[in-house]
Design a protein around this ligand. Structure first.
Ligand code: C2E
Ligand code: CA
Ligand code: CA
Length: 864
């Protein structure tokens, strides 16, 4: 098929930082001013410049390159005891090499770098490695955006416990030694009794004193005051704000009682941030991993299902290239995955569908996102096959089209069955003319059209005179020759839109639709008689055949298909009786039935109230088990004078009188009640089939009635089956479809009755959730009737037809049920054809409920 070529789908970037964590670049928060000095600068000079400019570090630069760094921390290493210490060149005490960080690294990354390098300063360099600023831990901690993390924890959770306490009188050199030895950045300096208030001695103070060359100072003199303290319970954010406000790096921590319980430094806060960052990062990664694992599992499962599927699956990308095909695709098309992946699916195109077809397909995909239907495609071998295809457009989260998924199954066999059934079931094999079934169907359509347009139509019933004598004298081949030649002549006598059918041995029916005046039918009849009379050449001899014709007109003579044909038939007999080779127009006097109808009508009124109806039951036999599968309920009218009246003799009148819904509901209730009562009596549960007339669901209340009756009688829905005739399906497809859907929702199964009598749309059977098809008894009767059609009962054309119908049912996923089974011979053919259930006089007639009970637990399969 023609696949579109669309623009490449966008690829979206995956965010790598945990959501919510500050992602500002260090270049934005670093101190841009760099303090630098040459390597030979004396320590005291460098320290002085740092203190003066409030820098916590100085870069040692040689030939324009940063060769080292000297920080407040390094000041701890100054030998305050030796006078020469202050004059040593900074080169000897600096830290080298200098740790650097890229200006566009994130603040979070800086946090990690500080931890990994165990430093407090990072030289920020640009893309070329040139120094552009200095980043201290302070910069990170004071960076806006981290507040959220700092409110979550309190001071106590991160402070260093048991602060180093120094006596105020301690010489400075010793105090520096303590800080170094304890590995801390600061200590609290306490005075003795009654002495000065406490202060804080930090590395920074040591730098200051170094600059002042104060060797003799004591810790007390060097300490900063006042001592800034924070409560242990306070959130870290308060601590950070104190750091910022006072420009300090250390806080004393007081407990609830006011005693010093710890020291909090800037780096402690930094550690918190790192902790939160790592925790978040881990959580994010873990989530992502889990999601990945989950989606991998889902994918694995989906893939396994697709690979094992019997249906062909093909995934096509938005550019119209095949991306994936499953093994079933290869089996169905003959193309291996390696041969088709990357190619356009039009390699499968058969050329049988036109542009309009594809235009409709694409329109549906664009509008609704999916399409399904039948399509002809080509296998690798070149063979064309039919598939049932559904295509879905797959879109990404943003609604962009990314792929198409096509799923298809091979329905070639099913289509073949359909064709076979069509031609076998509706066409006369000898003459190629429509048979009785197709005639009935065409006539019904023609009558409906005539009704719509307010026109008349005529049927001509035509019977060859003394045909049997030709057969007997010249043999069957000659007889066949006469029939085929006559068929051709009849066709030539009627118009394009008219139907010529062969409905039996030498019986033909012509349907004349194009009549301006019904009297014109007589002219056609004359023409036809003349055409048939012309000599025929049979094996070199001239043979003369004559015919008798009966004519009936719709709507004046009859309004139903069967009635109209019966009228024409009657007229034909009249024609024969009046001397052959002529025609007769139907006269109402020929029909005595009309009188009868009036009396039936009178007697039917009140019959329901008088309790004159009952149900008889006919077994449905499961051919695989030999047991009763269910029973069909058939109505009987127990007439006080005439005894049992069969449905054919009163249902048409009931329908005409509009009593069908009422009677139908009674049948339904009685059938359900009876079934329930059998179950209550411990008999094995069976399914009761109830016939539903189209007049019953005209009210659209069928589903309401069915569910009410089920509730009233307490019968489970699975024990009820409805039979709808194929005629109803053809005449009222929408109404039947709705009824079937509603029944399906209730859990009541539906079978199509009298299947094959009407030219039904097989596609409708596929889309409706129907459970079974009852093959009309005319097909079954044909199985052992010697009708000169070559039907020998087993291997003949009728057996072929039956096999095709059963195969079609099975291809559509439906059960095949045969009705009207009367002979063992028929059972044999049905068994061999794979028919599921049978019903007929051979197994049992319709019997009273009491008589049916004796059949419940028996093997009913006749010996074949
Ligand atoms: P159907 O639904 O096709 O029912 C089968 C008919 O074939 C029954 O005739 C049954 O007695 C007859 N039958 C069964 N086995 C054989 C067989 O081996 N050979 C022959 N020749 N006939 C056999 P019945 O009971 O006279 O019913 C005739 C039709 O009346 C039914 O045809 C059905 O369409 C209709 N009908 C019967 N009961 C009801 C009902 O309660 N409601 C509606 N709406 N229609 C009903
Ligand atoms: Ca039935
Ligand atoms: Ca039937």
């Amino acid at each position: 098929m023609p696949w579109p070529s669309a623009a490449a789908a966008d690829v979206s970037m995956v965010e790598s930082s945990p959501p919510g964590f500050p992602t500002r670049a260090v270049g934005e928060i670093a101190t841009r001013e760099l303090l630098s000095c040459p390597p030979g600068t004396p320590i005291a000079e460098a320290a002085r410049r740092m203190a003066q400019s409030h820098h916590s570090s100085i870069i040692v630069v040689e030939d324009g390159r940063a060769v080292g760094i000297w920080t407040e921390r390094d000041a701890l290493c100054v030998d305050f005891a030796s006078p020469g210490g202050f004059d040593r060149p900074i080169r000897e005490v600096m830290t080298s090499p200098v740790r650097t960080i890229d200006a566009d690294a994130s603040v979070s990354e800086a946090g990690i770098a500080f931890r990994d390098a165990q430093v407090r300063h990072l030289l920020v360099v640009d893309a070329d490695g040139a120094p552009v600023g200095m980043l201290s831990q302070t910069d990170v901690v004071l960076n806006h955006g981290v507040e959220q993390y700092l409110t979550l924890r309190d001071v106590r959770s991160v402070m260093s416990r048991s602060p180093v306490l120094l006596a105020a009188s301690l010489p400075l050199a010793e105090a520096a030694g303590r800080l170094r030895a304890e590995g801390v950045e600061a200590a609290i300096v306490l005075g003795g009794e009654g002495e000065a208030e406490p202060g804080m001695l930090t590395e920074r103070d040591l730098v200051r004193l170094t600059a002042e060359r104060r060797l003799d100072a004591t810790a007390g003199a060097a300490a900063s005051r006042p001592l800034v303290a924070v409560a242990a319970r306070a959130p870290l954010l308060s601590a950070r704000n104190l750091f910022a406000k006072h420009g300090i790096r250390h806080l004393a921590v007081r407990g609830d009682d006011g005693a010093f319980v710890g020291l909090l430094s800037f780096s402690d806060i930094l550690a918190t941030l790192q902790y939160e960052y790592i925790a978040q990062l881990n959580a994010t990664l873990r989530e992502r991993d889990e999601a990945l694992i989950r989606s991998h599992q889902d994918l694995f499962l989906a893939r396994a299902v697709i690979e094992a599927s019997l249906e062909g699956v093909m995934i096509v990308d938005a550019q119209g290239r095949i991306e994936y095909v499953n093994p079933a695709f290869t089996r169905l098309t003959g193309w291996g995955a390696d041969e088709v992946v990357g190619r356009n699916p039009n390699i499968l195109q058969s050329g049988r569908q036109d542009e309009a077809f594809y235009a409709a397909l694409w329109a549906s995909l664009a509008e609704k996102g999916h399409w399904q239907g039948e399509i002809w495609n080509r296998r690798k071998t070149g063979e064309v096959f039919a598939e049932w295809l559904s295509i879905n457009a797959i879109r990404d989260g943003q609604g962009r089209l990314v792929k198409y998924a096509a799923i298809f199954s091979d329905i070639t066999e099913r289509k073949q069955h359909e064709e076979e059934v069509r031609s076998l079931a509706y066409v006369d094999a000898l003459t190629g003319l429509p048979n009785r079934r197709l005639l009935t169907d065409r006539l019904a359509q023609a009558m409906a059209a005539a009704h719509r347009h307010g026109r008349a139509l005529a049927v001509m019933f035509l019977d060859l005179d003394l045909f049997k004598r030709i057969n007997d004298t010249f043999g069957h081949d000659a007889g066949d020759k006469v029939l085929t030649e006559t068929a051709a002549r009849l066709r030539a006598c009627v118009g394009e839109g008219d139907t010529v059918a062969r409905i039996g041995g030498d019986e033909f029916v012509l349907v004349l639709t194009d009549l301006d005046d019904p009297a014109d039918a007589g002219k056609v009849a004359e023409r036809t008689i003349a055409a048939v009379k012309a000599p025929l050449d049979v094996a070199g001899r001239a043979v003369f055949v004559t015919t008798s014709i009966g004519i009936a007109v719709y709507p004046s003579d009859a309004e139903g298909v069967d009635d109209l044909l019966r009228c024409a038939d009657l007229a034909m007999y009249q024609a024969k009786q009046g001397g052959r080779n002529g025609f007769q127009v139907y006269a109402p006097a020929l029909n005595a039935r009309s009188h009868e109808m009036v009396t039936v009508e009178n007697r039917l009124r009140g019959a329901l109230e008088r309790g004159e109806f009952s149900l008889a039951y006919q077994v449905k036999l499961d051919l695989t088990t030999g047991r009763m599968a269910g029973a069909e309920a058939l109505i009987r009218w127990n007439h006080p004078e005439h005894g049992v009246v069969l449905p054919a003799d009163f249902l048409p009148t009931v329908e005409r009188m509009g009593l069908m819904p009422e009677l139908g509901e009674w049948v339904l209730r009685e059938a359900c009640r009876q079934n329930r009562s059998w179950q209550e009596r411990g008999l094995p549960p069976i399914r009761t089939s109830v016939n539903v007339s189209p007049y019953q669901f005209r009210s659209a209340e069928l589903s309401e009635t069915v569910s009410r009756v089920l509730a009233e009688t307490g019968l489970a829905a699975i024990h009820l089956e409805l039979e709808l005739t194929e005629a109803a399906l053809v005449d009222h497809p929408a109404r039947v479809a709705q009824a079937v859907e509603q029944m399906n929702r209730l859990g009541v199964v539906v079978a199509i009755d009298d299947f094959g009598t009407r030219h039904s749309c097989l596609a409708a059977l596929r889309t409706l959730p129907i459970h079974a098809v009852k093959i009309d008894r005319t097909f079954i009767a044909a199985l052992d009737a010697d009708d000169g059609n070559g039907g020998d009962g087993v291997g003949g054309r009728d057996a072929d037809l039956l096999r095709a119908i059963v195969a079609l049912c099975h291809a559509l996923g439906l059960k095949a049920i045969a009705e009207g089974v009367e002979t063992v011979q028929q059972v044999r053919v049905l068994q061999e054809a794979g028919c599921d259930e049978i019903q007929g006089y051979l197994i049992s007639r319709a019997v009273s409920p009491a008589d049916l009970e004796s059949l419940f637990n028996r093997n009913l399969l006749p010996v074949t």
